[in-house]
Design a protein around this ligand. Structure first.
Ligand code: WTA
Length: 653
């Protein structure tokens, strides 16, 4: 329970007692209209989970019915056993073959300002053609395909094309560096990579294809690269390996029947940070994931036919998988996608997009909200935002002040806010208010989604009384839970199912108040949350020690007003090297080059030794304190105060 994130949220959330009931006008039209209705549905969902989830699943199309809704327990739970379906069919065909054929499925705006609109009919054709492109390359059901792209419709088409033929996609966030691609591609032996020439970000170009080229020198399993021509910038094409997306699409057949996937067949891998130096490839399967992303989109975002829904997350993260692509498309929504930065060309880009495209549901991250607050209200006031009816947040605890700003300045006190807690591992939203039914408390993710049984417990699994902090666990299985870690089932069991017997361990601290509301308090492990991006401190340490001049490194998170947490690194040098500002910058840059800019340490301090316990464990708690309180003042390139720490050290075992 030593995460520093808990301080930021906990301090203010403990004093927070404001309650915001759903606006009557909103509730009147909502799927769930009252607290009583939510509570009755919730009760039924946990008392009769098989019945509840079977009904939800029946709202989708299945090629063959399941014979058992729920089988096994804990980490071995299977859902919709024997059922056959295809997620691309439920996202696209189901709508394209019906009344939504001409409805806009994807509404895209590029950073320079182009707009493209793809109807469900268009998407249907594109996904089938792309599925045939993959087949033409020899990609088969069960093969792994890496995707490294910017935000554009083709990225969504790439995911759906893989899902259609049963290839397992592994999306790598476009901000990761070549080294990170190498690790991910090799871990699951991807046979192909889908990328694009470049993408636009803050007026510049991100050279995605060049980074793929660098990575693939070390990836022997990759046979082909499909390159979408986004900007037309000059790139190198490798004969025999690389093909152009547009040329291949023109030649591909228009029709491709969806594979009949088993409910438990893998749908995708997504690598995320844990407590070791190596990111883990979480495996999501088809049936349960489809059902829960669908149902949460329907109820938490309260989606209606006329909505224009915009989740600002990049598809490179789980939020983009579940709530840009799979959830809202299964609901037949119009999904807004934006390519670039929120402050390009100016700080009101998001608000301009909302007005221009009449966005009704807007889902973003607290870190973005903090940035908007800092940029100033005048940017917001230039736009009406009258189309908005519902707001959401995800990725980290939202401090009550930011919540109030969001409510007042963006929601104009008219839009409910859904603070949604979930994880890459959970696949879909787990704790969040049902917006027409559950009153919001700023800073709380409120109450569990249907069928979800969270609990706050001690290290030994004993329930903690309401009002007290503890560890957040999930007691019962849920459909969209990750089934394993690719190639490492043992690590999956150890990380999630062994800490607290009989429960799924989330890695988060939380408390529940006497109204049954959950207040998330940040990670209790060595995962940090930097601007809503999840990073392992060990990953950053591994990158640092890979540098020839570094002997040892310890990395911790410290509270940061804008980023939630910032990265603080303590480094000892190999003998013969001297600390300098130049070396400090070199090492920060090195980490950005090894992992990606999002992992660049904010603080980097040199020290003669790291504080360790007698058994040789680095005393992170001390370093966290040091990083948070800024005990070390003045010259930041050397840490002179280790005498203090050495003294403290004597008190520890
Ligand atoms: C944190 C992102 C508080 C939490 C969907 C979790 C949150 C981690 C919230 C997962 C929230 C996510 N309130 N904390 N509403 N949402 N988190 O895997 O620490 O990138 O364990 O999934 O983000 O991050 P991940």
């Amino acid at each position: 329970m030593a995460s520093s994130a808990e301080h930021t949220n906990l301090d203010s959330s403990l004093r927070e007692n404001r309650v915001f009931a759903p606006p009557a006008e909103f509730a009147a039209k909502a799927h769930v209209k009252s607290l009583e209705q939510y509570e009755a549905m919730y009760r039924r969902s946990v008392e009769q989970p098989e019945k509840f989830w079977a009904e939800a699943a029946s709202e989708l199309e299945w090629f063959a019915p399941w014979n058992k809704v729920l089988d096994g327990e804990g980490k071995d739970t299977k859902w919709f056993v024997g059922g056959k379906l295809n997620l691309s069919h439920n996202c696209v065909d189901r709508h394209a073959k019906g009344a939504r054929k001409d409805k806009i499925a994807l509404l895209w705006e590029s950073e320079p300002g182009e707009v493209r609109r793809l109807t469900y009919g268009d998407l249907h054709e594109q996904v089938q053609r792309f599925a045939n492109v993959l087949k033409g390359l020899g990609v088969k059901r069960g093969d792994r395909v890496a995707i490294y792209m910017g935000m554009c419709p083709e990225l969504a088409i790439a995911l759906l094309g893989c899902a259609r033929i049963g290839a397992i996609h592994s999306v790598i966030f476009g901000g990761f560096a070549a080294h990170a691609i190498v690790d991910r591609v090799n871990d699951s032996e991807c046979v192909a990579v889908i990328t694009q020439d470049t993408s636009y970000r803050r007026g510049g170009e991100v050279k995605l294809k060049a980074i793929v080229d660098e990575a693939l020198e070390k990836c022997p399993s990759v046979k082909n690269v499909v390159v979408y021509r986004r900007s037309g910038s000059e790139i190198r094409m490798k004969e025999g390996r690389d093909i152009w997306w547009d040329e291949a699409m023109l030649q591909a057949e228009k029709e491709c029947a969806p594979e009949w996937m088993d409910a438990e067949d893998p749908l995708y891998l997504l690598y995320t940070s844990g407590t070791t130096g190596k990111p883990k490839g979480l495996v999501h399967t088809t049936g349960g994931y489809s059902v829960q992303t669908y149902l949460t989109s329907k109820y938490v975002f309260d989606l209606r036919e006329e909505d224009v829904y915009w989740c600002t997350a990049d598809i490179g993260w789980v939020t983009g998988h579940s709530y840009v692509v799979y959830g809202p498309l299964q609901c037949g929504a119009t999904v807004m996608m934006y390519e670039g930065a929120p402050n390009w060309p100016e700080c009101d880009r998001f608000w301009k997009i909302i007005d221009d495209h009449k966005v009704t549901v807007f889902y973003t991250a607290p870190t973005a909200i903090r940035a908007f607050t800092k940029w100033g209200n005048e940017w917001v006031h230039k736009h009406s935002l009258a189309s908005l009816r519902l707001l959401g947040t995800v990725g980290e605890p939202i401090n009550p002040e930011s919540w109030m700003w969001y409510h007042r300045e963006i929601g104009k006190e008219r839009c409910p806010i859904v603070d949604t807690w979930w994880q890459t591992e959970t696949g879909a939203i787990m704790i969040a208010p049902i917006p027409g039914a559950v009153p919001a408390k700023p800073g709380s993710a409120t109450r569990p989604f249907f069928g979800i049984v969270p609990e706050v417990v001690t290290r030994s699994g004993e329930p903690v009384p309401d009002g007290q902090g503890g560890l957040l666990v999930i007691r019962k299985p849920w459909p969209s839970m990750a089934r394993t870690i690719y190639g490492d089932p043992k690590r999956y069991e150890e990380a999630y199912w062994s800490e607290i017997p009989g429960s799924y361990f989330t890695g988060d601290g939380a408390r529940r108040d006497t109204d049954g509301y959950f207040w998330l308090m940040g990670r209790v492990d060595d995962v940090i949350n930097v601007s809503g991006h999840r990073l392992g401190t060990m990953e950053v340490e591994s990158a640092l020690v890979a540098h020839a001049k570094v002997a040892e490194a310890a990395v911790v998170g410290r509270p940061d007003e804008m980023k939630g947490q910032a990265i603080a690194a303590f480094v000892t040098l190999e003998s013969g090297y001297v600390a300098s500002e130049e070396l400090r910058q070199e090492l920060r840059q090195w980490v950005a080059k090894e992992i990606g800019a999002l992992a660049r340490p904010d603080d980097l301090r040199f020290t003669d030794a790291l504080p360790k316990t007698r058994s040789g464990k680095i005393m992170r708690r001390l370093l966290r304190e040091l990083a948070a309180t800024g005990e070390v003042k003045g010259d930041t390139t050397t840490l002179e105060d280790f005498a203090v720490i050495a003294k403290l050290r004597e008190g520890e075992e």
